[in-house]
Design a binder for this molecule. Structure first.
Ligand code: ADP
Ligand code: MG
Length: 695
């Protein structure tokens, strides 16, 4: 429970300062000016009062109970301060001070020291190296933070590790006049994590939507579980930065929480139904729509406009965001004809023309509200000076308040004029999300629709594949582990594949050329001969793959050749395999992801992987729906179907293979990396013909 942190009844400020513009002073000023309803206890060894509030020399002297203490003193004094908090019965602390794990080893030791004290007394720690929290609840007004924006109460809560981004998001919402519920920026997050805050807000009835900024998670699995739970209850809008190599580096020096480009976080968002954004401004604008509007039941949007061009721009953006602008029904068109000016365009977009007033707008709005083929409403409203813009705004507001279908408004005007500010206020009071241009408004509606799709998407549960001999595969891996082998041999790999029902081409591993001929005779020609040695990764690059060998002589010569070229530096074996010409080459890969199990990858093999990086990732365990999405989400997906009379591949068998790989990874967590490259896919079958497993 984080009540002591987010709903403190009394706040102590350890390090309260009489010096204007110091953090120890600003924290107190914010509590005062924002109108905090609880008790404030400044702690200062010399001053009798701080900002007119009676100060105490120590926590001990405070007469009442303290829920939350700000700590704004030098890092080396913090462990003792936490000890004092523990003794006083303080339940949570916000450590604004810096100089801990973000500052190298000595700082990390101090962090460990104060954490040990906090655990001893059950004190929860927020931060260190952080801003703090805000709770806008009018009954509390807890501004336990040193920033400067005073948000108005509302339903959107914001969490960001980074104080700078947190403040930016808060200010962004404020500028859009969107009310905020709670705010949290927890810096090093050594104890209270984003996941825990998210869970707490998931249960907060006053919170309609959560906005989250992160650069990665210390415990991604914890976040995955919490995100799934919370995203099922309310919209979570998130942005993950550090998408580029350089960005990731900036993030790791920032909070020290992570290094390397991390695609896992985005995959967690996708898997759990969190709406991901690449742009902080777009995210706050979307939050404005989520704060008041219902989620569209489908992708079909009706557009009402009183000016032509902006409707064209909006249509493009809406369609790019996955919405449809469908034709209206005959009945709707007839109703429009009866209510609109003769110059009006009675289709979708409905152009009510610039002279339209309240009645024309309302009639068009009513048509879209009743039209079964439309799930949401997009408005372009330019304040034509010859119309009663207040009347128009009142109609739009009234429709928004019905809450029947989501509505967003591109409101094009001059806000330096009093008259239009009033028009704007009417819209805002009706909870209409207003944007200053068609693109911004269309993107916000696009986000609502994208969220609707996420909500309707049932990803299902991971399945248990039939015909799996997990014990056999496990024993192969354990034998290799015992022998200290990190890369499995061909025999190991194909034995594991077979144990999991992953279809492979007929194969045999042999010691020499004579053995290869005998194996080829047994498998049946034509065959492929490949070198099998732990030290050789890319066999064909080394001349270690000979395909389409038609007879014994060809097999003998290929194997002897490899023996001569590759066998000098150490023992090699040979894999003899059925030659399977004409398949489409696919790749399925997997890698262990820190704290999260495995990521599974799918793509077309060969140049498509290397040149286009055209692959899709999912977090294991992969469900059937997700496996299907992997096939359809790659750019070259059309190549899986027959193009120009060519034959397609058996998608269901590919999906089944991905599910088997996923189960294998879940059962054998010691696998670090795995590649099936290529998988040869045919119209009615698929076969893995090359596999690599590193444990
Ligand atoms: P490596 O990836 O180590 O170079 P592979 O076993 O993947 O070796 O073989 C290289 C290429 O040879 C494959 O990408 C595929 O084009 C072809 N090939 C390999 N095995 C077969 C096979 N059994 N049938 C048909 N083609 C194959
Ligand atoms: Mg290969």
């Amino acid at each position: 429970m984080l009540d002591a942190l987010f709903k403190p009844r009394a706040v102590a400020i350890i390090g309260a300062s009489t010096k204007e513009l110091s953090i120890g002073n600003v924290i107190l000023r914010n509590l005062q000016e924002y109108g905090y309803k609880g008790e404030i206890y400044p702690i200062n060894p010399t001053a009798p009062d701080v900002r007119g509030v009676k100060a105490y020399k120590s926590l001990e002297e405070i007469p009442g109970e303290v829920d939350l203490a700000h700590i704004i003193i030098p890092a080396k004094l913090v462990p003792q301060a936490i000890e004092d908090c523990g003794k006083k019965g303080v339940k949570a602390v916000v450590i604004n001070s810096a100089g801990f794990s973000e500052m190298g080893e000595e700082g990390a030791r101090l962090q460990e020291a104060f954490l040990a004290n906090a655990r001893k007394y059950g004190v929860r720690v927020f931060g260190p190296n952080c801003q703090g929290i805000i709770n806008t609840d009018p009954a509390l007004k807890a501004y336990c933070n040193f920033t400067f924006t005073y948000p108005k109460p509302g339903s959107v809560s914001v969490v960001a590790l980074s104080g700078g981004v947190g403040a930016l998001l808060m200010q962004g919402l404020f500028d859009l006049d969107v009310g905020m519920r709670m705010y949290a920026s927890n810096g090093n997050a050594c104890d209270v994590s984003i996941s825990e805050i998210l869970r707490y807000w998931g249960d907060d009835a006053g919170c309609n939507a959560i906005v989250l900024y992160t650069e990665g998670f210390a415990d991604p699995k914890e976040f995955l579980d919490v995100a799934r739970e919370v995203a099922a209850k309310k919209p979570v809008l998130a942005m993950k930065a550090g998408r580029t190599e350089q960005g990731a580096k900036a993030a790791s020096s920032h909070t020290g929480s992570l290094a390397g480009v991390d695609i896992a976080t985005e995959l967690i968002f996708e898997k759990t139904g969190i709406l991901s954004f690449g742009d902080e401004e777009e995210m706050t604008r979307a939050a404005m729509a989520f704060a008041t509007q219902p989620i569209p039941a489908g992708n079909r949007v009706g557009i009402i406009t009183n000016t032509g061009g902006p409707a064209v721009i909006a249509t493009d953006v809406l369609v790019a965001a996955g919405l449809d602008v469908p034709k209206l029904s005959e009945a709707s068109i007839a109703r429009l004809k009866a209510t609109q000016f003769p110059q009006a365009a009675l289709e979708n977009p409905i152009d009510v023309v610039a002279t339209a007033g309240g009645p024309q707008f309302r009639a068009a709005l009513d048509v879209l509200l009743d039209e079964e083929g439309v799930d949401s409403i997009f408005m372009n409203f330019v304040t034509a000076p010859f119309t009663d813009t207040h009347a128009v705004a009142r109609e739009i507001a009234a429709v928004s308040e019905l809450g029947k279908k989501p509505i967003v408004c591109n409101f094009m005007t001059d806000l330096s004029q009093e008259r239009y500010r009033i028009t704007m206020r009417i819209l805002k009071e009706g909870c209409v999300p207003c944007y200053a241009n068609p693109t911004a408004a269309a993107r916000a509606l696009g986000a609502l629709a994208r969220y609707g799709r996420l909500k309707r998407r049932e990803i299902g549960r991971p399945e248990t594949c039939s015909g799996v001999d997990a014990a056999k595969a496990r024993s192969v891996v354990e034998r290799a582990l015992k022998a200290g082998r990190a890369v499995l041999s061909a025999t190991d790999v194909y034995t594991i594949f077979e144990a999991y029902g992953i279809p492979v081409a007929g194969w045999k591993v042999v010691e020499d050329a004579a053995g290869a001929v005998a194996a080829a005779d047994a498998i049946g020609y034509p065959v492929v001969v490949k070198v099998d040695a732990e030290s050789i990764d890319h066999k064909s690059d080394m001349g270690g793959v000979a395909v389409n060998l038609a007879d014994a002589a060809a097999v003998r010569s290929a194997a002897s050749g490899m023996q001569g070229r590759l066998g000098a530096s150490g023992k090699i074996r040979f894999l003899v395999q059925k030659f399977l010409p004409g398949g489409r080459e696919l790749i399925v890969g997997a890698s262990a992801s820190r704290g999260l199990g495995h990521l599974v990858m799918f793509g077309l093999g060969g140049i498509y992987v290397e040149a286009l990086k055209d692959v899709a990732f999912k977090i294991a365990p992969v469900t059937r729906v997700e496996a299907r999405e992997m096939l359809s989400s790659i750019k070259t997906s059309a190549l899986l179907d027959g193009l120009r009379g060519g034959k397609g591949v058996d998608r269901e068998k590919v999906i089944d293979l991905i599910l088997r790989v996923s189960q294998l990874l879940t059962d054998l967590p010691m696998i670090q990396e795995m590649d099936l490259n290529p998988i040869l896919a045919f119209e009615h079958a698929v076969y893995a013909v090359d596999g690599r497993i590193r444990i």
